[in-house]
Design a binder for this molecule. Structure first.
Ligand SMILES: O=P(O)(O)OC[C@H]1O[C@H](O)[C@H](O)[C@@H](O)[C@@H]1O
Length: 291
């Protein structure tokens, strides 16, 4: 992925930018950490901690413009997870143009706020009033993503939501996701409920699981790298890798790229959130690179 701006991305200040020709916002913290968020979907497509390397996987063959969902980064899932209801898969938030409200550096942080309001197109498929606010913040070693949902309508809303984070891996077969032992999950590949006995390791084929009421903190560990994954308010965690066969069937991802990613998604699936008019809910996922 290349930028279309004159400045190399490493030198871009906090503010509006283009990413592969698409409207985006770039964040640069005083310590030099960076993140880039597309206005399409409020989709985080890059996170580079200070003195670090890219931490997110973004498919080089994913279309970033138009109405298609982006393969990689952090898709925002709202108001439906997967195909668990009548709406398009994973809802509509990831396929809409969000508005940039603010992009600022404050203290050690650089952050941006993006907003999506109900409009005619969303009401046509989901007849409710709502506003979404996505706040993305970086400091030296940390990426914080908060999705807030406000019921701006005059009737109750029920929704599922997720931050569908594609973590970059050197080789997912040698990576380890720690913290899920003892947790019950729905195995979407086997279509069966199961329980996790050991850490999630040696992924070599499709893995697609919803862990119910998962621990707040998980750790992705691979040679020379540890990323702590902290969820707040999101009760469930989805872990997904397409494996070789499913990856080969995805038109927006190179066949050989599946070992380079693992989705660890902060999600609210089992207990949809219910908001009365005027009420608000917010869920957060924080990623921290550790020594
Ligand atoms: O291809 P997408 O619509 O982006 O969905 C990608 C994946 O998202 C989640 O992780 C689901 O659990 C998977 O079943 C799904 O395949």
């Amino acid at each position: 992925m290349s930028d279309d701006t004159a400045l190399p991305r490493a030198s871009q200040p906090t503010g509006a930018c283009l990413f592969d020709g698409q409207p985006a916002v770039h964040l640069r913290s005083p310590a030099g950490a960076q993140a880039t968020v597309l206005l399409h979907g409020a989709h985080v497509v890059s996170w580079i901690p200070a003195l670090g390397e890219e931490q997110l996987y973004l498919s080089p063959t994913s279309a970033l413009g138009g109405t298609a969902a982006v393969r990689g980064g952090v898709p925002v899932i709202f108001p439906q997870f997967n195909q668990q209801g009548p709406l398009p898969k994973h809802g509509f938030a990831r396929n809409r143009a969000w508005a940039l409200q603010e992009a600022t550096v404050r203290g050690e942080h650089a952050f941006a706020v993006l907003r999506l309001d109900a409009d005619e197109a969303t009401r046509a498929i989901w007849p409710h009033g709502f506003a979404l606010e996505m706040t993305v913040s970086v400091d030296a070693r940390r990426l914080e993503m908060e999705l807030a949902v406000i019921n701006t309508g005059d009737s109750t809303i029920d929704f599922q939501a997720a931050l569908h984070t594609y973590l970059r891996c050197g080789d997912v077969g040698r990576a380890q996701l720690e913290g899920l032992q003892g947790i019950n999950y729905q195995d979407a590949v086997l279509d069966q409920p199961r329980q996790q006995w050991v850490d999630v390791v040696t992924i070599a084929q499709e893995l697609d699981r919803i862990y119910w009421e998962a621990p707040r903190e998980l750790l992705l560990r691979e040679a020379g790298r540890k990323v702590r994954i902290i969820a707040s308010q999101f009760e469930d965690t989805v872990v997904w890798n397409p494996g070789p066969e499913k990856c080969a069937s995805l038109p927006d991802m190179p066949d050989e790229d599946w070992p380079q990613m693992l989705c660890v998604e902060a999600a609210q699936i089992g207990n949809p959130v219910r908001l009365s008019p005027g009420e608000e809910w917010a869920g957060m996922q924080t990623l921290v690179v550790e020594d």
